[in-house]
Design a protein around this ligand. Structure first.
Ligand code: ISJ
Length: 529
């Protein structure tokens, strides 16, 4: 794997140089053999020699139907990076693993630096295969933490990007496989041919590994019974621990005390935020909690994910592994941004209520939410911010004046989709840099609220409420917000949930809302709670 450094060999090219495509059909019988592959790679090597540096080569192939999650689970190794995202209601899933090229950045320039890395990588990339196929070509799997900077020792960088060695994606009933590799002017050609040919064979006749996919479980309760002291991946005291060796609902006394104290810490933070709102420091702030739990055995991120994708069909079920044994998983309801065919899609999602047990209770709760002045105000802050932040880019946004409802298995939200044509001069990352973090997860005014989040929360957010997604070689891509999530390491999980606070919010109700939001992940990790 190569780590990219910003050497600025090319000045900012605008618009970016398109990726070079060679007119070779890798699926044609004449090409699908090692000798033809060798010729092709020799050609790539000549192109690498011409510029005096390695070139990223990306081969796209349509393959027989595959489930990308099953492929990733079959090949899963905890020492490798991976990215997985699926939204069943939109009928797509994408998986990628093993970094061929990676990049990280931090601070306020992280979006601009990422853009430069992507442009420079694509300027040197060579692609073959069906470019019209969905998810063809190299993809930049990307994660931005909530804050511009992360704290030392956090498992994910403040901006982390990788291009996977292999990628499998499904849209409807079509599956594409992409192999990416670097060809250096002096790469040993035979070894390269062998490696790429093996990958080709593997994905055209993929066999799932049903028995041993890495051990661990998607849940189960802890049986070790000793210390409920949380393992804290960030080296701080955790908010609350649910060491789940007790049956759900039967918390030990110490655990109950820890949960009660976490609850009162949260209520106190909300009360303080309400004072700051009354003082005019800001109008909205989103305050979150972290909850640490422990399972009976190692938690396998992809097995947990299988439960999430089944229960939350209209969310992004995702897993991001850092290759050092930690993964960040979730079922996020919130699209931050999608860019496709010159159109940008984003949304305001804020204002929450529980689901009802019956159709009439559910409809009544939804109706109340749609009329609730406090929730509508909370929602409006997000919509206004999206409009304010995107307007300077010259976007003409269209959205409806009144929000609708997004109904998830455990909770319902006020929802307003926002759409615009993207001017050719505006890039996905320009829009993302302006949108993130929206007041759905930060606050308004942005800077004043965000500064207080660090003060009022006593755990690092990391990727919680961050921006996670991918960018393709044509400038399209999709990002969602890191919500309804957990950070997994071995048998430990840290769950995150927050709620928007505005004048009129009640500490008790906000606490209940975070419990509701924890539920999705807690159930996926430990079974019914
Ligand atoms: C902050 C979270 O969710 C966000 C906050 C919401 C709210 O305050 O009503 C609703 C949806 C999300 O935008 C979370 O899930 O942790």
């Amino acid at each position: 794997m190569q780590q990219f450094s910003l050497t600025s060999r090319s000045e900012k090219h605008f618009p970016p140089a398109p990726m070079l495509h060679l007119p070779v059909d890798p699926a044609a019988p004449a090409n699908a053999n090692p000798a033809a592959l060798r010729d092709f790679l020799a050609q790539c090597q000549a192109l690498a020699a011409a510029v005096g540096r390695s070139r990223l080569v990306s081969i796209t192939l349509e393959v027989p139907a595959l489930d990308p999650l099953a492929v990733l689970e079959s090949i899963f190794e905890s020492g490798e990076r991976h990215f997985y995202a699926e939204r069943p209601a939109e009928n797509f899933a994408i998986a990628g693993a093993e970094a061929v090229l990676s990049f990280s950045a931090s601070g306020e320039t992280r979006f601009a630096d990422s853009r430069r890395f992507i442009d420079e990588t694509l300027a040197d990339a060579i692609g073959v295969g069906d470019q019209a196929a969905a998810f063809s070509g190299p993809h930049f799997f990307t994660a931005y933490s909530f804050f511009n900077d992360t704290e030392p020792g956090e498992p994910f960088e403040s901006a982390g990007i990788f291009i996977p060695r292999w990628q499998v994606a499904r849209v409807g009933d079509r599956t594409t496989a992409v192999a990416n590799f670097l060809v250096a002017p002096d790469s040993p050609l035979d070894a390269l041919v062998e490696k790429v040919w093996r990958a080709h064979q593997k994905f055209t006749r993929f066999e799932y590994n049903v028995a041993g996919s890495g051990g661990g479980s998607s849940g189960g309760l802890c049986g070790t019974g000793d210390s409920p002291v949380p393992h804290d991946p960030h080296g701080r005291d955790a908010h609350a621990t649910q060491s789940a060796h007790a049956a759900p609902g039967e918390l030990q006394t110490r655990e109950r005390a820890a949960l009660a104290s976490a609850s009162s810490t949260y209520r106190a933070a909300v009360t303080r935020a309400l004072e700051l709102i009354a003082d005019g420091d800001f109008q909205k702030i989103v305050l979150a909690r972290a909850k640490d739990i422990r399972a009976a055995e190692a938690l396998h991120p992809l097995r947990v994910l299988n439960g999430l994708r089944q229960r939350f069909g209209d969310c992004y079920s995702f897993s991001l592994a850092n290759g050092r044994g930690q993964s960040f998983i979730g079922a996020s309801p919130e699209r931050l941004l999608r860019v496709r065919d010159g159109r940008l899609l984003t949304e305001a999602l804020a204002g929450s209520a529980r689901r009802g047990a019956t159709a009439s209770e559910d409809a009544a709760l939804g109706g109340e939410l749609l009329r609730n002045e406090k929730d509508l105000r909370e929602h409006r802050h997000v919509l206004d911010s999206i409009v304010r932040r995107l307007a300077p880019l010259g976007l003409q946004l269209s959205f409806s004046e009144k929000p609708g409802l997004r109904r998830l298995a455990n909770v319902q939200h006020l929802h307003t989709p926002v759409e615009a044509a993207l001017p050719p001069t505006v890039r996905l990352l320009d829009a993302l840099a302006r949108l993130h973090p929206t007041p759905a997860v930060g606050g308004t005014p942005r800077e004043a609220a965000i500064a207080r989040i660090r003060e009022l929360e006593d755990f690092p957010r990391g990727l919680y409420a961050g921006a996670i997604g991918w960018i393709d070689s044509r400038g399209g891509g999709e990002f969602f917000v890191g919500l309804r999530t957990a950070l997994l390491e071995g048998d430990r999980a840290r769950l995150y949930a927050g709620a928007g606070i505005v004048a009129g919010s009640s500490p008790e109700k906000e606490l209940a809302e975070t419990e509701l939001k924890f539920q999705a992940m807690q159930t996926a990790l430990l079974g019914e709670t």
